[in-house]
Structure formats: C-alpha cells, structure tokens
Design a protein around this ligand. Structure first.
Ligand SMILES: [Zn+2]
Length: 256
C-alpha cells in the first residue's frame, strides 16, 4: 500500500544516488535540472507510461524486484485490476499490474499505471474484494500523480545540490529509487479516499479497504507497510467516516 520494500537497498541507493558523470558538468546544469523538473509536471500520459515502463525495466534489471511470471496468481490480480482500473479516477491509461516475489505484505505504485503487489499480500487478503481495495488505493496514487511529484521534487533538489545536467537515464534512476521511498501521510489519505470512491464504482464493497487494514492491524507480525503508512486505526476511522457520509455501502449492498 505504498512503499517500503527492501529498506536496506534504499539505504544503499541513497548513498549512490546516481548523478551523471562529471563529464557533463556544465554551466547550464542547474537550469537544465529545473527545466527537467518542470517538464515532469507537464508530461503527457504517453510519456508518463513510457517513464513508468523504463522504471519497471530498471527495477527488474537491477534485481531490486523479482517479478512472478505468468501464473494463476498473476491472472487473478490482473482480472481484479482490470475491473478496478476501469472505475478508477484515471481509466484512460493502460495499467500494468504485476506480482513481486516477496513475503512481506506490501503493494506499490510508481507512475503511468505501473502497480505491484507482493506474494505476501496475496496470501494476506481474504478475498478478491480486499485485493481490489489495495489496488484501488495504489491506483489512487497514480491518479494523483504522487510519484511524479516526488520525482519532480528530487530533480529540483539535485539541481540545488549539484550543478550537473540531469539526463533522461538519471531521471529513470531517480524514479527507480523513489519506488522504495514513502509517500507522505497526506498522499496516503488521498489514495485511500480515491480508492474508496473507486471501489464504490465497482461490484466490490468499499468497506473491503478498511476491512483489510483492520485485519492487518490484528496480525501478530507487523506487516511492512504498516510502518510506512499512517496508523491503520486513523485510516480506518477516516474511511468509515467517508462511507457513512457518502452512503457508500448502499451502492452495491456489500456483495463481493
Ligand atoms: Zn499508499
């Protein structure tokens, strides 16, 4: 439901935050970075999908994530994701939803429709509705372009810290590193809210999202994303308030 997979790798990645070789050091570097950051906020959907795809390739190639090949589990995720994507706030981009071989209970979104769930998460959900809840939350991050904004902020920071030209490949590197960072609390609440309204437009009950969070809260071991997200009771409370306020339970009578 956010980020936080392999924190050790993040640590390593932070130290070696890839900047282009000093050979590209130039007077115009800072300006170029700011320009790059500006470009990020006005990417077309097609460019964003392309960037998401390059980040995906980078994550796989570097071994930072291991994708589960075609399987019944993957098909299940993609079937549920297709229903959720259609009802999401951004139904007009293609969604690439993949399963990461990892025992921790987690899910991620980058940009351009790229969403990941771990095998641990698939084991933890009670049903397709809870899986839909997680996917709707992740698609909420994508609709709100949270990762893109983080990339933009990182590009601006780099522009301030180093007068180096930021090439396209460096941008992809930044994106791949952001995969392991956390979204802000406000971003998480926004993704929850968008996810809830998305679910209300599917046959899955919106309640499945707070239900899943409540379930995690009661697990003996502390699932990975609980440490990287606002505390579940607060999220559950906010979600329940929205369900009551907008009568979201009425939309589908709670059927799976
Ligand atoms: Zn999240």
């Amino acid at each position: 439901m956010g980020k936080g997979l392999l924190p050790a790798l993040l640590l390593a990645a932070t130290v070696t935050l890839a900047l282009p070789a000093p050979a590209v050091l130039a007077q115009g570097g800072v300006l170029e970075n700011l320009l790059q950051a500006f470009t990020l906020s006005s990417l077309s959907d097609r460019q964003e999908v392309q960037l998401g795809s390059e980040i995906n390739r980078q994550l796989v190639r570097s071994g930072q994530i291991r994708l589960v090949p075609a399987s019944a589990a993957l098909r299940r995720v993609q079937d549920v994701a297709a229903v959720v994507a259609q009802a999401s706030d951004r139904p007009n981009i293609p969604y690439t939803v993949q399963v990461v071989a990892d025992k921790s209970i987690n899910a991620f979104a980058t940009m351009g429709g790229y969403v990941y769930v771990t095998t641990g998460l698939l084991r933890a959900v009670d049903n397709d509705a809870q899986l839909a809840g997680v996917l709707a939350h992740e698609m909420g991050h994508i609709a709100a372009k949270h990762a893109l904004r983080q990339m933009k902020d990182a590009a601006i920071t780099q522009a301030g810290e180093a007068a180096l030209g930021l090439e396209h490949s460096a941008l992809v590197n930044i994106g791949a590193k952001l995969f392991f960072l956390r979204y802000s609390r406000a971003d998480e609440y926004e993704a929850d809210r968008r996810g809830l309204f998305t679910l209300a437009r599917t046959p899955y009950p919106p309640r499945s999202l707070p239900d899943f969070l409540r379930k995690l809260e009661n697990l003996p071991s502390n699932p990975e994303f609980l440490s990287s997200h606002p505390s579940p009771p607060n999220r559950v409370k906010k979600l329940e308030q929205l369900i009551a306020q907008y009568h979201l339970d009425r939309n589908n009578g709670g059927r799976l």
